[in-house]
Design a protein around this ligand. Structure first.
Ligand code: NAD
Ligand code: MG
Length: 387
């Protein structure tokens, strides 16, 4: 039996991961589960999956759980979300936290000799070099959960790195793909949350609307597959059926296709590539699928993608700064404090004021993240006055 811990168990990826585990009761047992606010959902998970450990955010939540489940091992508080990631040696840790708070738990898990099924892309964006190096040093795997990276990993099976010409990430284009620049000024939170093809947590849904999500994924791909930015391309594919492609030196393209359902890449990650077991998820029927279309991303209307490439190429603390500023701005948009177009403006303003400090350790990354957060919050506050 493989032990699986889920960091962020009550979120979109977390609950879908539990759905996959339900299909494979014979292979997996549940190690740790965490929630931030959803105590009643966590209780239902304790009932069903009997985890060894659970983590909540405060004592009041902890007391409530202990009342109903006196035997469960429970921790609470901000540090517990990191500590728990390393609590079980050799477990498989699914990191489904949102934001750069996922960095420390990823490192903790690696240090406990756990492979990490990583949904938390912000970890690789901000600290990709250090995290990948640490995983290599310890000898554990960082397994992609993001559908694009799972698709690329599948297309690369059996091929040598030098036969690859480029990686091609597909993007749905988000809800504003066809909207002109003028109209983008007036879009609302509800508009941004109406993603055309995927149902996801609120932050990544906003990132998908600005196309920052694709920018984050370009940097994620750079670290996961050790591929230079010049060899990573993005194509808009509104149907989200082709999850990504690899182009080889001889011009052949390999694509991975499927209905848009995150449980498929999650299952592939949990089974560490041995995913060719029967699964109950919706199949594609090519005969009724209709057409698949592709177009170039609009770099003018969606500057986040260009910014992400620039930060990725600059390296150092730039990706961490971009990511943290984006987290603050996206959350402010979610609270209706700033307009949609302000999100990327704020990221840009913060980057303009960042002096590239040398990055040699995780503490340097955290300092860059901290700098960007504080500055982005100030700018949000200023902009929020006129919103
Ligand atoms: P979500 O908002 O649904 O879930 C986030 C989880 O993080 C929740 O379980 C919440 O309890 C936890 N969390 C949030 N803030 C916390 C804090 N301060 N302390 C402790 N726990 C906290 O988000 P999601 O859509 O599941 O996304 C999770 C990650 O996976 C993100 O990095 C996202 O980019 C990535 N991802 C998601 C999808 C998807 O389909 N949802 C697809 C690809 C990648
Ligand atoms: Mg994705």
């Amino acid at each position: 039996m493989q032990t699986v811990s889920i960091l962020g168990a009550t979120g979109s990826i977390g609950t879908q991961t539990l759905d996959v585990l339900r299909q494979h009761r014979d292979r997996f047992q549940v190690g740790a589960l965490t929630t931030f606010r959803r105590v009643s959902e966590l209780k239902a998970m304790i009932e069903e999956f009997e985890p060894q450990h659970v983590v909540v955010s405060n004592k009041q939540q902890s007391d409530e759980i202990i009342r109903d489940y006196p035997k469960v091992d429970i921790l609470y508080g901000a540090n517990a979300y990191t500590e728990i990631a390393g609590a079980i040696q050799d477990a498989l840790v699914v990191n489904a936290f949102v934001g750069s708070m996922g960095i420390s738990p990823t490192i903790k898990a690696i240090e406990a000799h756990c492979s990490v099924a990583l949904a938390n892309k912000e970890t690789l964006v901000a600290a990709g070099q250090l995290v990948m190096a640490k995983a290599k040093e310890v000898g554990v795997r960082i397994i992609p959960v993001d559908s694009e990276h799972s698709a690329i990993a599948q297309c690369l099976q059996g091929y040598e790195a030098q036969s690859v010409e480029r990686l091609i990430l597909t993007a749905s284009g988000g809800p504003f793909r066809l909207m002109d620049q003028e109209a983008l000024q007036y879009v609302t939170l509800a508009d941004a949350l109406a993603h055309p093809t995927w149902r996801m947590g609120p932050k990544i849904t906003v990132d998908s609307a600005t196309l920052m999500n694709k920018g984050l994924e370009v940097i994620e791909a750079h670290h996961l597959f050790a591929m230079p930015f010049d060899q990573i391309d993005v194509v808009v594919h509104p149907q989200s059926i082709i999850h990504s492609l690899v182009e080889f030196k001889d011009g052949a393209l390999l694509a991975q296709l499927g209905a848009p359902d995150m449980r498929v890449p999650i299952q592939y990650a949990l089974l560490e590539g041995r995913s060719f077991t029967t699964s109950p998820y919706k199949r594609l029927d090519l005969k009724t699928l209709g057409s698949l279309t592709f177009e170039s991303p609009d770099w003018g209307r969606f500057p986040a993608l260009r910014i992400a490439y620039e930060c990725g190429r600059l390296g150092g603390g730039y990706p961490a700064v971009m990511n943290a500023a984006n987290e603050v701005a996206a959350q402010a948009f979610l609270r209706d404090e700033i307009s949609f177009l302000s999100i990327v403006d704020i990221v840009s303003d913060v980057l303009d004021r960042y002096q590239n400090d040398p990055i040699t350790s995780l503490d340097d990354i955290f300092a860059a993240d901290h700098f960007a957060r504080a500055l982005a919050m100030e700018i949000v506050f200023e902009r929020g006055k006129d919103h």
